[in-house]
Design a binder for this molecule. Structure first.
Ligand SMILES: [Fe+2]
Ligand SMILES: [Fe+2]
Length: 178
């Protein structure tokens, strides 16, 4: 069966669940484990949001009269969350200031995922062009592999460096998929 938009949202859904799991892991840990969990969350968010910005939001923008507004809203939420992560990187992981700011970030990430699911997915799920669905599916499927890649940015790297790395890797992957 050729893929459809519903196959694409199924893959995004599993990544949203993974992000929620990683948020919980940061909440539940202290010390080095918390720093490792926060690194993993930053990396996952960087690669996931980057992939969405390359193939999901642009396609959603084409699917309805208000598609561009819906997609721009989601992109703005992603930029705001990125700014919050940037601020958090200044705090010592696990400190009271970190915990307070992290609770705000976690709320923002959860609301952003819910907004995608409520407003953007109905547009994506209308896609019945197998070529379009295939390209989106293939790139979103690369996300977990990149998070595990041996050359993925380490804990010392900041979020903007993770985003730049993710974009480079995903653009390369998109070329080889075409
Ligand atoms: Fe997103
Ligand atoms: Fe998402």
């Amino acid at each position: 069966m050729p893929p459809t938009g519903r196959d694409v949202t199924a893959v995004i859904s599993s990544q949203h669940r993974e992000i929620v799991r990683l948020i919980q892991h940061v909440d539940d840990t202290t010390g080095t484990s918390c720093a490792q969990a926060f690194h993993r969350l930053r990396l996952m968010v960087a690669v996931h949001e980057c992939a969405e910005s390359l193939v999901i939001h642009p396609r959603a923008a084409m699917m309805a009269a208000d598609g561009a507004t819906v997609a721009a809203g989601r992109a703005a939420e992603e930029r705001a969350a990125g700014d919050q992560i940037w601020d958090l990187e200044e705090s010592m992981t696990g400190s009271p200031a970190f915990r307070e700011q992290f609770a705000d970030l976690a709320g923002a990430i959860r609301r952003h995922a819910e907004a995608e699911e409520r407003h953007e997915w109905p547009l994506i799920e209308q896609i019945d062009n197998p070529g379009h669905a295939h390209a989106m599916l293939d790139l979103m499927t690369v996300v977990p592999d990149l998070v595990e890649a041996p050359d993925a940015p380490d804990r010392a790297q900041r979020f903007d460096q993770m985003m730049a790395w993710a974009e480079r890797k995903l653009r390369r992957a998109a070329k080889s998929i075409q």
